[in-house]
Design a protein around this ligand. Structure first.
Ligand code: FEO
Length: 174
């Protein structure tokens, strides 16, 4: 059993992961409207990963005999000034999530909740990857500036990203 304080913090993180999925679906829709299908694909894969993160928190709360409490999910923005602005926002968001995972880990240590601290290890490592993958695209967009050719090439590249679908999200029979 986790403490009330820890349970509240885990439920809040579950909400942040669901919001992350919302944010990336919103960015995917923004790219669909621009006919940048590769960018949209990348964002959808990102959103699916976020649902997987949410599911990890959901399952962990029950593994520790807690109660999932779903909260209102904030409405994400609909538009960004440019693909670069969208990726800048994504990068800022991932840094915010890394910080919130670190705060959760600090709380687990403070409470001597070593099981939760161990559970969070996966997320600490995942956030390094999350920040790096967004930053990689961001740097390429900065390099592209306003070149439609480079943007087109990047769109082709991002179209290659295959989602690491959580098992629960894979339709049966596939
Ligand atoms: Fe679940 Fe992108 O952090």
């Amino acid at each position: 059993m986790v403490s009330e304080r820890m349970l509240k913090a885990l439920n809040e993180q579950l909400n942040r992961e669901l919001y992350s999925a919302y944010l990336y679906f919103a960015m995917a829709a923004y790219f669909e409207d621009m006919n940048l299908e590769g960018f949209a694909n990348w964002m959808k894969a990102q959103a699916e990963e976020e649902l997987g993160h949410a599911l990890r928190f959901y399952n962990y709360i029950y593994d520790r005999n807690g109660r999932v409490e779903l909260m209102e999910i904030q409405k994400p923005p609909k538009e960004w000034e440019s693909p670069l602005a969208a990726f800048e926002a994504a990068y800022e968001h991932e840094k915010f999530i890394s910080n919130s995972i670190n705060e959760l880990a600090a709380l687990a240590e403070e409470e001597k909740d070593y099981a939760t601290r161990a559970f969070l290890e996966w997320f600490i490592n995942e956030q390094v990857e999350e920040e790096a993958s967004v930053k990689k695209v961001l740097d390429k967009l900065k390099f592209a500036k306003d070149s439609p050719q480079v943007l087109f090439m990047l769109d082709q590249e991002l179209g290659q990203r295959a989602p690491k679908l959580p098992a629960l999200l894979i339709p049966q029979g596939e």
